[in-house]
Design a protein around this ligand. Structure first.
Ligand SMILES: Nc1nc2c(c(=O)[nH]1)N[C@H]1C(S)=C(S)[C@@H](COP(=O)(O)OP(=O)(O)OC[C@H]3O[C@@H](n4cnc5c(N)ncnc54)[C@H](O)[C@@H]3O)O[C@H]1N2
Ligand code: MOO
Length: 407
């Protein structure tokens, strides 16, 4: 073990700048796959999907009624006492074909049968009234889903109507996660020695990957050994589109991750100008993007919430989403450090028709308390202060209804 002098280097982006930087820097190698309609929802279409059939193929009725020939109404409502079904009129049901020569539908509500004899109460206004002509529901070659559009549940039905059986979509990216640290033991272990910590970030990531639609390979815990880390990175670069390497990113005697990425790859961001999650980094190794994530679960969580999410949205050609915001009155004083913005984790609640925010120090409470309490962020620029009573914009990580009437 040796003392490592801390040298601040490189670009230290804020949270938003880091998202932007990642998206600009990553040259995504996307894969595609063909899925059937059972598996199409929420996938992103790789191309414009055009209808293979038109609907309807023949004129159909828009409503339940009777089909008539408009010409019979040129002088007003004719005497229909002797009209016969199948001759002067037919029954026309919603969505069913109205065959020639019938060209107009009269609503069944505007028709009576008195002693079996037809009586029409309202003259059709126009020829073709209440009829959907061919192609009026799905047009010839109509685009049903656009390229890079996320397919919704109604669109899956639309695709089926358009004669589509399968769609080419962007395949889930492959993410490799490399947990590092001599002090770690797997969360699957039944008991663990007193000097060990439980490796849990892989499971948090596994859950985030489910939400973000990525396939995850979790590597075994890699000891703090440059050769072993290099081996793992090499293997990860062969199987994954995006590599996440965890911990060993700070100033400790065993924090080798960035030294290694610097000599064996290229480090573009060593650390952020934003806390928590300051020790998030971005590198390239064997042409693969490597997102470095801080070891402590809270820093790791924020990196997954912000940076991994941005990467995933860009991978799927989706716009970057932003959190819903709410104006809050702060119930605390706080000054952000001079060298980094601070993404404050706060408890937002409603009192006397106003939203308030209480600060939660992630390093001062158990993780369970933090996760129970914090429901939003206040992003505070470096060196700036907040004082009790200030009104600011906060971001919500829960739905707005969750912050109504709770303390
Ligand atoms: N002198 C300084 N010390 C530290 C600073 C600093 O600026 N100056 N920053 C602190 C901050 S903030 C963070 S965040 C951490 C970053 O640490 P590392 O990313 O280098 O992580 P380690 O030191 O290896 O481990 C820290 C902590 O996290 C636990 N850990 C690691 N991996 C996992 C995992 N996969 N699952 C669960 N927990 C994990 C590890 O056991 C340690 O407890 O540095 C601070 N120090
Ligand atoms: O980077 Mo650390 O995650 O600020 O807590």
């Amino acid at each position: 073990m040796a003392y490592r002098e801390y040298v601040e280097k490189g670009y230290m982006p804020s949270r938003e700048m880091m998202k932007k930087f990642l998206i600009e820097q990553i040259d995504f190698k996307r894969n595609f796959e063909v899925v059937d309609l059972y598996n199409a929802v929420d996938k992103v279409s790789a191309e414009d999907v055009k209808a293979k059939v038109i609907l309807p193929k023949l004129p159909v009725s828009k409503m339940d009624g009777i089909g008539v020939c408009f010409a019979d109404f040129k002088d007003g409502i004719p005497d229909t006492e002797n009209w016969q079904e199948g001759k002067e009129y037919i029954f026309a049901n919603t969505g069913c074909v109205v065959p020639e020569p019938y060209d107009t539908v009269i609503l069944i509500e505007d028709v009576r049968f008195i002693d079996g004899k037809l009586k029409i109460l309202a003259k059709p206004e126009t020829k073709g009234q209440l009829i959907d002509p061919p192609g009026s529901l799905i047009g010839k070659d109509e685009v049903l889903v656009n390229k890079y559009e996320k397919i919704t549940a109604p669109q899956v039905g639309l695709l089926a109507s358009g004669g589509i059986k399968e769609v080419k979509v962007i395949a889930r990216p492959k993410i490799a996660f490399i947990p590092t640290g001599d002090e770690l033991v797997s969360w699957q272990s039944e008991d663990y020695p007193v000097d060990k910590n439980i490796e849990s970030n892989s499971m948090m990531l596994s859950a985030f990957c489910k939400q973000y639609q990525a396939d995850l390979t979790i590597f075994p815990i890699i000891p703090d050994d440059k050769e072993k880390i290099k081996e793992a990175l090499t293997k990860a670069s062969e199987i994954a589109d995006i590599i996440l390497i965890n911990a060993g990113s700070s100033k400790g005697t065993k924090d080798f991750t960035l030294d290694l990425l610097e000599t064996e790859g290229e480090v573009l961001v060593y650390e952020l100008g934003c806390r928590p999650g300051k020790h998030s980094s971005f590198s390239k190794f064997n042409q693969k993007p490597v997102l470095g994530i801080a070891g402590p679960p809270n820093g790791a969580e924020l990196a997954m919430r912000f940076y991994l999410k941005a990467i995933m949205q860009a991978y799927y050609h989706q716009k970057l989403s932003s959190l819903e915001t709410v104006n809050v009155t702060v119930d605390f004083d706080f000054t952000a450090p001079k060298n980094a913005d601070f993404c404050l984790q706060v408890h937002i609640f409603k009192q006397d028709d106003k939203y308030h925010a209480q600060i939660i120090n992630p390093k001062g409470v158990t993780r369970a308390t933090l996760l129970q309490k914090y429901n939003g962020f206040i992003y505070q620029l470096k060196g700036t202060s907040l004082n009790v009573g200030d009104e600011v914009t906060a971001e919500l990580i829960v739905e707005r209804k969750e912050i109504e009437n709770q303390n």
